[in-house]
Design a protein around this ligand. Sequence first.
Ligand SMILES: Nc1nc2c(ncn2[C@@H]2O[C@H](COP(=O)(O)OP(=O)(O)OP(=O)(O)O)[C@@H](O)[C@H]2O)c(=O)[nH]1
Ligand SMILES: [Mg+2]
Length: 1120
Amino acid sequence: MALTSVGKMVGLQKKTSGIRNICILAHVDHGKTTLADCLISSNGIISSRLAGKLRYLDSREDEQIRGITMKSSAISLHFVKGDQEYLINLIDSPGHVDFSSEVSTAVRLCDGCIIVVDAVEGVCPQTQAVLRQAWLENIRPVLVINKIDRLIVELKLTPQEAYLHLKNILEQINAVTGALFTSKVLEERAEKETESESISDAASGDQIYDWSAGLEDTDDSHLYFAPDHGNVVFASAIDGWGFGIEHFAKLYSQKIGIKPAVLLKTLWGDYYLNTKAKKIMKGDQSKGKKPLFVQLVLDNIWSLYEAVMKRDKEKIEKIVTSLGLKIGARESRHADPKVHLNAICSQWLPISDAVLSMVCNKLPSPLDITAERVEKLMCVGARTFDSLPPETQELKSAFMKCSSEGTAPVIVFVSKMFAVDAKALPHNKPRPLTQEEIAHRRELAKRRHAEKLAANQGKELSEKPPSENSSEVTGNTGDTKGEEQQHTGQVEIVTSKAMKEEADNKESFIAFARVFSGVVKRGQKIFVLGPKYDPAESLHKVRAGYCSATDDLPLVPHMSCCTLENLYLLMGRELEDLEEVPAGNVLGIGGLQDFVLKSATLSTSPACPPFTPLNFEATPIVRVAVEPKHPSDMPQLVRGMKLLNQADPCVQVLIQETGEHVLVTAGEVHLQRCLDDLKERFAKVQISVSAPIIPFRETITRPPKVDMVNEEIGKQQKVAVIHQTKEDQNKIPEGIQVDSDGLVTISTPNKQATLSVRAMPLPEEVTRLLEENSDLIRTMEQLNTSLNEDKKTHDVSQKTLDRIKEFKQKLEQNLQGRKWRNAVDQIWSFGPRKCGPNVLVYNFEGYKRSVWQCLGNTVKEVSKYRDFDNSIVSGFQLATLSGPMCEEPLMGVCFTVEKWEMNKVGEMPSASSQNSEEYEVCSANEHQDSSQSVPKSPEKISKHKGEVLLADCYGPFSGQLIATMKEACRYALQAKPQRLMAAMYTCEIMATAEVLGRVYAVLSKREGRVLQEEMKEGTDVFIIKAVLPVAESFGFADEIRKRTSGLASPQLVFSHWEIISSDPFWVPTTEEEYLHFGEKADSENQARKYMNAVRKRKGLYVEEKIVEHAEKQRTLSRNK
Ligand SMILES: Nc1nc2c(ncn2[C@@H]2O[C@H](COP(=O)(O)OP(=O)(O)OP(=O)(O)O)[C@@H](O)[C@H]2O)c(=O)[nH]1
Ligand SMILES: [Mg+2]
């Protein structure tokens, strides 16, 4: 097929109803890029022989070498179906978990997606993950079951078995969709219920609670994948074939004389053909009947494969002629039967036709965007759509219309920035000339030639021919005279040299974007709205419709104005210049690198809200520190890291307090790619990389009941008095009282305040709850801050309030018993960073400010504590950010402040006095009394208080309080048994029975734990689910691959934190323990090993005995 010209594409871009923006999603290696190749080859961009081998969209070198996709990339295809023409903007995405952020960026720009599933492997973890992502973005999926050839060639299934296997896969995938759907319906129903509840408050008390009510009256049939709905294609991308059942329904309706509609309904399912009666009967397989699908479809494919693989020439000939195909001699004589097969199949059942017509039929055009999706895109965080300013709400109709009229506001979303070599930009490279241009040049050259001849004849040689415009002479038309060629050649060299120099040291960033409304034009001015931009606050500052020069743009937070320099059509490895792009299209935008970091919303209307942030599934967890090999290269490295940060949606680049430059990536493969990019593209300097920095968490546990040799504690004699005292020595702080129950009491250096703090481990479920709801906690924090500052608060949606209430309830359910009484109501703060998995609880009289303020019942706090409570919270934040073991963040700890005493104002002694007992201590009640008794001079008091509290030799009082609180928390923590927590990966490994043993060996060597092992139905593949500490995971995937000769390949996904059961400070104290471990206990203590490694890395003091008794070593032979 001929290449489609850019002009044609531009024409198609204007017909919005014929546009399909789609992405291909799947688990790693299920054949996305191969499928994309087949679709691309239908447009003549690559030859059909190379389709599947080239992997055209894997344009990076490392993608080709490793054979996995790492970046999503887009290409526009032209497809004709009947008399309709379509423009398909196709995005290929990576399947490896490390790159799941690339999937998020792709999904946001699309209206539909093709889910690819390997017919052998079936539904894998990433298949579920991408289905969930598609679901979260409200985009419609269609299914391609790929690699059916493997069922024939590798598994050697019979058609009947293959049918059952395929049916099974469909059921699995529909089960995943079903689960997503059910959860959503239930949620919606709950919402409706609360609404109606508030209207008719419990009118009928004896209503029966029927949880399935919502499910029954919702039609969900369109959600499921079913071949008879036309949303499933069976394919083998590598062999170039694929079909939907309508193809066969049409074919056989003529042959056997049954209506296509009937066949379409019965071709998939338990139906069989009664040949005598010429009827289709519903039947079961127990009667030995072949289902229609087997009889009419699979049998044919199987026999074709058999014939070609066995090189049965006669049979092949028969099939080929009966199908009316023409196979070239080259293919039919090729040594590899696969080539022959590919030639036959791709003519018989061309995969691109099947897939693209399914896409055009079943997936929506940009015009069909749903109101639900629009509202979801426009409402950030706790906002409701109704709370947006009216101008903003009006924009919804622009979204829905997706209009390209001149008056429509322009709305564009940039989902990621990607770097291209400046040399690859269209205006920097010579492009092939179109026919018209060649003709035009020929004309020019002829004219010039004629002029010259005429000049020669008229003997007027003094005038040179007028010099040509350099932009016109980049190619060689083949028709010009040698003289002109020289001339043009020179111009070309000069311009290209200058460009080359410029391009050499420049990476150009292109924004990967989609136009949701209006027409973007080159040179247009547009607002760039950051994720925190709030139209409600800023709209009045900017005149509506205002978007002129950047200079006099009023200062509006999170908003800037820029010019769209270049617009590109994304064509895989190539980019094509465009002048304008109408609504509904995916495009590349150049010149935004100074305005957009990773993603942004662009609009001509300042009323436009920023789009909701992308849903990222992966948690960046692998950290390394990088530094240049030559210290003088530091500036380049810093610049390079900045570029890398911009070019990758998921990487984090940090500079730590220690001055280290740290990269945080999603996994090993991602890390490798980032380092390669840094070395070769962005920094171009030699770098050295530290060993991965493994994150830990610190926590405390309940005191153990048994000791290290499983003896009950307290029954044996403690013998290790030496250890005991030494341990205590470490902990003895001056002026700090620790009672037997772990309550720590400590005073500020100026003795003005005394705090008592206790640390307790939180139940596991509570920690998990806190982690899951960290976003909610952050929202609560924002609400509370604005409440405290008496700022006008945002309209909080009822939904958010309900979520907060529900969260509180769940906490209450999990924190029961005497020691947690009132704890939930008295939660003061979360930490670290005010949203972490630790809590601060106050448990003293007279204080009332809790995190639940935002739920309404606010009490204005007017106690003496008010001025300083921030210091206490800050101290807690600091303490939870780095624990005493190895300065890693805490997790699952509750600190209770049981006493907070402040000396009575006005009786301030000098700070040097040591005797704190003398001072009168006031409780909150007393304070209230005293403030009532001296109501006349509040200023005086505060002035006095301020003077005394601030002026002492220990520095500002608030600072002292922070430090004291931090110390108190640390000692409280040390009074309890401390433990390290390790980050854990889960992984799913697929392995065949032969290599199973070796997989287990590797797992146990690395402290992995197998959770589950099951056999995949119909295959000899085992699926092993295991957890593995992140600390032991480096090189794990490689080792497994090597040990199993590439048969097993795990993907590691961060799952949770787990307490390491051994005590890092443990030393033997009882007789049994001495017997078992020896005096030094120098056998492995995993927790201590980890702890010391972290301390060493951080340059902290490590208590390690290297040699205890130095003895001269002697060899026996010398001794003789
Ligand atoms: N037997 C068989 N192999 C296939 C088929 N389609 C793809 N493959 C092979 O599967 C491997 C992976 O294919 P890719 O297209 O790179 O897979 P992918 O889904 O793009 O992988 P990632 O992008 O890394 O997630 C390649 O070796 C392909 O040759 C098929 O239909 N049959
Ligand atoms: Mg790929």
